[in-house]
Design a protein around this ligand. Structure first.
Ligand code: ATP
Length: 599
């Protein structure tokens, strides 16, 4: 993205509060100007005290009391404007934060669920939380500071030019020298900052990986491989930070020294000595130069900090705009209502964003209401993608998916949710009681219905065995539930929801026979009298399905029943013979073990 576009991004995103930002900048400018005017008045007063002449400002003669009153007035204006700028900019910041968070939340709710899952809720949370917070800090603190950093040097320069251009030039030359030195310090700051930020996120990634991989680390690795990655990330971070500091530290320090009051004062005094000796010098010009000149360089000092803050805010603005620009799911203007439950994939092709190849090409099949269809195929063939298109995790790139002859894009999301349940392998439980975790599927459900659903999902007895029964907390910090138990809780949810269509990703992970038997029973109760589409991993469970759709490289290679597909000697018969081999291999191993034990 070009620099110009980035700037537009930052200012464009702040446009809902631009009036408040302008007000804050105006007040900060008034504050800066009042302060400069009070210093100018002091210069007038001091000159006249030293020269013992009456104080005349713009034709008005001021006595001591009036001078003090005017000084007090200017100081009060400066204080109130600064305070006002601070209050207005913070108000704007809170307002912008609220607007952006609401806008993002509403937009996220309309985005395809697939986008949320692919991007990870962590990354999206970072945009909603951290990037919005960065913009809050920018509006609250930086906008008045930017105004002050521009207005104060310009006003000072104009006043000095009017009073005595020679002092103006002396002050300006120190200012320019300091500015050039600072610019050198910041020359590569963008690329260096990007490197620094990258190495910082590498550390975060390495820490998360190290923590998540702990079970694998403890089993297979003595820590050297996984810890080495973390260690490498730390070394890279240290090197990048060191490089950044060493490249910019000298110029930055030099810049700070040049922009501190002393060099400017020195330049003013040298100019005064020069003028005394070789030209003419007015006392007022000298005193006002002494008072005003240091403020000019002083206003430059926050620019280094501001520069980094502006860049960081530009990046945050871009990230927010990126999320806001993701296309929301189309919502039907006049939604139709699904009232029969056969499913049809009609010439469906689908491509994931940012991926060149199509994940699915020309998919055509029908599922009649109340039947069971199994999706099989090698890994990466497209089974999960087909399943996820039915509840509109993503929309098809071309073609249509119809339920009861209605394109799913033409129904409301509520109607689709009431029609289709999706039972994942990766189950998610909220940090809440088991009772509420089940009830969320149907908030109107009675206690009896919840218990019946749990019984049908083969999880009721287990829940009762927990110390707090249904009130036991689930989720990461709650009860230690096994994968199979968690899955049965989500099956209870789906039973309670009671949708006519069930899309099922068959579990493979929970292979212990007791759990497996209970899950099979639970699934049988869930799917009775429903239209079922099931991604099958263990082919034995789908032998009796009404229909088996075989996928290969994003296309349908065969459709039929088990026996017919075996006879065609295609992909399915190969998968089946591999499956049988693997099963017999398991049996042989068990037999061998038995033999060894008997010997
Ligand atoms: N979120 C995604 N973004 C980009 N490409 C994806 C995404 N999910 C899957 N794919 C790609 O789409 C293709 C089909 O994947 P899909 O998960 O549907 O296959 P699958 O048959 O379900 O595989 P498996 O049995 O291993 O789960 C693969 O090439 C995969 O790499």
């Amino acid at each position: 993205m070009k620099k110009e576009e980035q700037k537009q991004g930052l200012w464009a995103i702040m446009s809902p509060v631009k009036f408040k930002i302008r007000m804050a900048m105006l007040l900060a400018s008034i504050g800066a100007i009042s302060l400069i005017l009070s210093l100018l008045l002091l210069s007038f007063a001091l000159t006249n005290i030293l020269q013992n002449t009456p104080l005349v400002v713009f034709g008005f003669e001021l006595n001591l009391v009036n001078t003090i009153l005017l000084l007090a007035l200017l100081t009060i204006i400066a204080f109130l404007s600064r305070f006002g700028a601070f209050a207005v900019s913070h108000l704007g910041a809170f307002h912008l934060e609220q607007i952006l968070r609401t806008k993002l939340s509403l937009h996220l709710a309309k985005l395809p669920l697939g986008y949320i899952i692919s991007n990870g809720s962590g990354a999206l949370k970072k945009v909603v939380q951290d990037d919005v917070k960065t913009l809050h800090a920018f509006v609250a603190d930086s906008t008045p500071m930017i105004a002050k950093s521009i207005v104060a040097p310009i006003t000072t320069l104009i006043i000095l030019l009017v009073i005595d251009y020679r002092f103006a030039l002396a002050t300006l030359s120190v200012f320019i020298l300091g500015w050039i030195t600072m610019a050198v310090a910041m020359k590569d700051s963008k690329s260096l900052r990007i490197k620094y930020e990258q190495s910082q996120s590498n550390i975060n990634r390495a820490v998360i990986e190290f923590a998540q991989a702990m079970p694998v680390v403890r089993t297979f690795d003595d820590g050297t491989t996984s810890f080495k990655r973390y260690n490498d990330a730390l070394i890279e971070f240290k090197n990048n930070l060191h490089h950044w500091m060493s490249v910019s530290a000298f110029s930055a320090k030099l810049g700070m020294i040049i922009l501190s009051p002393l060099p400017t004062l020195l330049a003013v005094i040298i100019t005064a000595i020069f003028l005394l000796n070789f030209s003419s010098l007015e006392l007022f010009a000298f005193i006002s130069a002494l008072f005003l000149s240091t403020g000019m360089a002083d206003a430059m000092m926050p620019l280094m900090w501001l520069n980094n803050h502006i860049k960081k805010s530009q990046t945050s603005a871009l990230k927010i705009q990126e999320v806001l620009s993701v296309k929301a799911l189309e919502i039907a203007k006049e939604p139709k209502t699904i009232n029969s439950f056969d499913i049809e994939f009609k010439n469906v092709s689908f491509k994931y964003d940012n991926v060149e190849n199509y994940a699915l090409k020309d998919i055509n099949f029908k599922v009649s209401s109340g039947s069971v269809t199994a999706l099989v195929g090698p890994s990466g063939a497209g089974k999960s993608t087909v399943a996820k298109l039915i509840p509109r995790f993503w929309d098809v790139s071309s073609g249509a998916i119809k339920i009861g002859s209605i394109d799913i894009k033409e129904v409301s999301s509520e109607n689709l949710m009431d029609t289709v349940s999706f039972v994942f392998q990766d189950t998610f439980l909220f940090q809440d009681t088991i009772y509420n975790n089940i009830k969320m599927a149907n908030t109107n459900a009675t206690d009896e219905e919840i218990i019946n659903a749990s019984k049908a999902a083969q999880i009721h007895d287990f829940i009762l065995s927990l110390p707090d029964g249904y009130e036991t907390l689930a989720g990461d910090r709650g009860a230690n539930l096994s994968g199979g138990q968690k899955q049965r809780i989500t099956i209870a949810r789906a039973i309670l929801r009671n949708t006519p269509i069930i899309v099922l990703d068959e579990a493979t992970a929970f292979a212990d026979p007791e759990n497996e038997e209970e899950i099979v029973k639970a699934l049988a109760n869930l799917t009775v009298n429903k239209t079922v589409i099931m991604i099958a991993h263990r082919l034995s469970t789908i032998k009796d399905s009404e229909q088996i759709v075989v996928f290969d490289e994003g296309k349908i290679s065969e459709i039929g029943k088990h026996e017919d597909l075996l006879n065609t000697k295609g992909v399915y018969s190969k998968l089946w013979s591999n499956y049988e081999k693997a099963s017999s291999w398991n049996l042989e191993k068990i037999e061998d073990k038995k033999g060894e034990n008997n010997e």
